[in-house]
Ligand binder design. Structure first.
Ligand code: 7RM
Length: 648
């Protein structure tokens, strides 16, 4: 009996960077990447100093890294301000009058903020925070839609050293309350409402419900977005626009210690209490600055669109901080991809001449399902680079994205990272690293990942195991807020001194990483340990399948049986014949061992707001149990009800 995760799916396609792309890129070929990577591993201090020196420091650091495992101090002794690096730094350059943020609301309004305008708004709002007795070290919850004010609020907190914690606009009163309690937040920034698929999400009402019981929140600042009727609590609630009347626009950036807390972002632990992932200032800035620069090879002329919600770490690092630290133009969109029609994204790209698109596999699979005709209506020739993040991308979805969105000419960067890692850790560099559909390819500079067996020994090529990171990196989490022990235990104790990602992976003969899913989701079928992503990718490679999620359920004979939840493409008849066909399809693509014992058709799969399939819930449904675990991060509760109904 062995404990390694087996791997069966072999993907042979390779895409080399196009010559004209590579020539203009910062990293132009594999040899240059390898040289820099080697340097970054052998002499990390030198590598990261060089990156950090491209940024503004109010006081230089004493030491690049102080590492008392598992506690890191990056750029120790240095002082800086993140908002200064995202704003003030650009005001003395040609970027002063350049668009920092281009925004489109779901109903269709458009706004542009230049660097100078954004700087002014951030300074004024920072003064509003001060006026409301919010200061350095105070925790502030931000519960806003993806509107420029979300970025302004984050940057204003960073400017005065307040610690923000953004809560997804889709979360409920309970989730807000949990996060207030855990963080001890004294203030909350929200809006009256936000738009979603034509309707209005009552943000302020959710806040009122969350604050009904006594909490630490003393002040609620409300931005007027949707003009829906709301209640304003005397002595507690103030309007954003009214507060601005009392402040001026002079607010020098506070010099903060490199290790000063920047934000807490909650991720749902698989059980119980959500974990508050804490990021700090200097290392985080260097991490997001450097990854945005090299992974997206971002240029001054580019319009960069990361479609993530501001409440996901991807929104923090690649909608707001990464692009602005690079002086780029970041595009923000408030609403749903299928509102008013399934071509909203393509319409936006055509109208705004977007150059770089960064989105999630879940969105790509939805586009495939809705049909190519929506894409074909639009001119996407402005695009020059595509990215994905959030889940393993099924090779067929990768191919569709490359061909239909990228016109076959844009490199696709499949970027692997986590809330905990702060920035991208495993990724292609678009001018240098040949891509393979479904693989996140090679480590970013300074990152030392490995795939190991249960004893911590690195496994050979194409053998699955646990993905670990063997040394600290600048944008790493520093702790779980208020719970050092949990931080130590969860991430650093299984393989002492190494960071445990919780993901399963394999490395192929070229050293490329393939993420096979979360370790907790690995199936154990008759002694074979199978990752979820390969079976799902085999299902998605069938012409009639849009999306699939595979889970195990107890089986007397095999230990676990394989249950596949499948959604079909628009117009496909979900028949019993198709079920049989899909079982055979998996059999031929992977092997008999992976054939689903049961295929269930579903209208939709349960997902988090960032689009990750919640296999934990499907597992409970597959084994006939009631869903009991934490469902607060579930995007659409009706999906669960429907899945359980289809049981009867
Ligand atoms: C950025 C983000 C983290 C988890 C991670 C993986 C999965 C993310 C990829 C991926 C395969 C990818 N932060 N994941 N990116 N799996 N390929 N390119 O998603 O904290 O919300 O989630 O997401 O399982 O551990 S997160």
């Amino acid at each position: 009996m062995h404990d390694n995760i087996e791997s069966h799916l072999k993907e042979k396609r390779v895409f080399k960077p196009a010559k004209n792309f590579a020539q203009k890129a910062r990293i132009k070929n594999l040899a240059q990447y390898q040289r820099m990577y080697r340097e970054s591993i052998k002499r990390p201090d030198k590598f990261w100093s060089r990156e950090a020196k491209e940024l503004s420091w109010q006081k230089p650091w004493r030491k690049v890294l102080e590492w008392k495992a598992p506690f890191a101090k990056w750029f120790a002794g240095g002082k800086l301000n993140l908002s200064e690096n995202c704003l003030d730094r650009h005001l003395t350059t040609h970027r002063r009058n350049k668009a920092a943020i281009l925004w489109e609301g779901e109903p269709g309004e458009k706004r542009t903020l230049t660097y100078q305008q954004l700087h002014r708004e951030v300074c004024r709002f920072a003064n509003v925070l001060k006026r409301n007795k919010i200061g350095k070290g105070d925790r502030v919850i931000i519960y806003l839609p993806t509107i420029p004010e979300a970025a302004i609020a984050m940057l204003a907190c960073a400017r005065i050293g307040a610690v923000h914690s953004v809560v997804f606009g889709g979360f409920s009163a309970d989730s807000i309350r949990d996060r207030i309690h855990d963080s001890g937040a004294i203030a909350l920034i929200t809006a009256d409402g936000s738009y979603r698929r034509g309707g209005i999400v009552p943000l302020k009402k959710n806040v009122d419900d969350a604050l009904r019981v006594g909490t630490s929140v003393k002040r609620v600042i409300v931005f007027q977005r949707a003009h829906n009727q709301i209640h304003m609590e005397e002595g507690r609630d103030v309007w954003w626009h009214r507060e601005l009347e009392y402040v001026d626009d002079d607010c020098p950036p506070t010099a903060l210690d490199s290790e000063h807390p920047l934000y807490i972002l909650y991720t749902s632990g698989s059980t119980g209490k959500p974990k508050g992932i804490l990021h700090t200032t200097g290392g985080y800035l260097v991490g997001i600055y450097s990854t945005t620069k090299y992974v997206f090879d971002i240029r001054d002329e580019d319009i960069f669109w990361c479609t993530a919600d501001i409440g996901w770490v991807t929104g923090h690092s690649y909608v707001v901080y990464g692009p602005l630290a690079n002086g780029a133009t970041t595009f923000m969109y408030e609403g749903a991809p299928n509102w008013p029609e399934p071509d909203r994204f393509w319409r936006i790209i055509e109208q705004n001449r977007v150059n770089i698109l960064y989105t999630a596999p879940t969105a790509i699979r939805a586009f495939i399902r809705w049909g190519d005709q929506w894409v074909k209506k639009h001119d996407l020739s402005s695009l020059r680079l595509l990215g994905t993040v959030g889940e393993p991308i099924n090779p067929e979805a990768w191919m569709w994205y490359h061909k239909n969105i990228g016109g076959g000419r844009c490199p696709v960067v499949d970027t692997w990272w986590q809330t905990e890692t702060g920035a991208i850790l495993i990724t292609p560099l678009p001018g240098a690293i040949p891509t393979k559909p479904g693989s996140a390819t090679l480590p970013f500079f300074g990152v030392d990942p490995a795939v190991v067996d249960p004893n911590g020994k690195e496994v050979g090529a194409n053998v699955g195991g646990k993905l670990i990171i063997r040394r600290p990196w600048p944008s790493m989490l520093r702790t779980i807020y208020g719970d050092k022990q949990r931080y130590q235990k969860q991430y650093w104790s299984e393989y002492k001194g190494n960071y445990l990602t919780g993901d399963g992976a394999r490395r192929d003969q070229d050293g490329y990483f393939w993420i096979v899913g979360r370790i907790d989701d690995v199936l154990n079928v008759a002694g074979h340990r199978l990752g979820t992503s390969e079976i799902e990718s085999a299902l998605v490679s069938h012409a009639k399948v849009a999306e699939a999620a595979v889970v195990g359920r107890p089986d007397e004979l095999k230990g676990q049986g394989v249950v596949a939840f499948v959604t079909v493409k628009t117009g496909v008849d979900a028949s019993n014949d198709l079920k049989a066909e899909l079982r055979e399809h998996v059999g031929t693509h992977i092997g008999a061992i992976a054939k689903p014992d049961e295929v269930r058709f579903a209208e939709a799969l349960p997902k988090t707001r960032s689009g990750k399939i919640m296999r934990r819930l499907l597992k409970e449904i597959a084994s006939g149990a009631k869903v009991t675990g934490d469902t607060t991060t579930l995007e659409d509760f009706s999906v669960l009800a429907k899945l359980s109904e289809s049981d009867e």
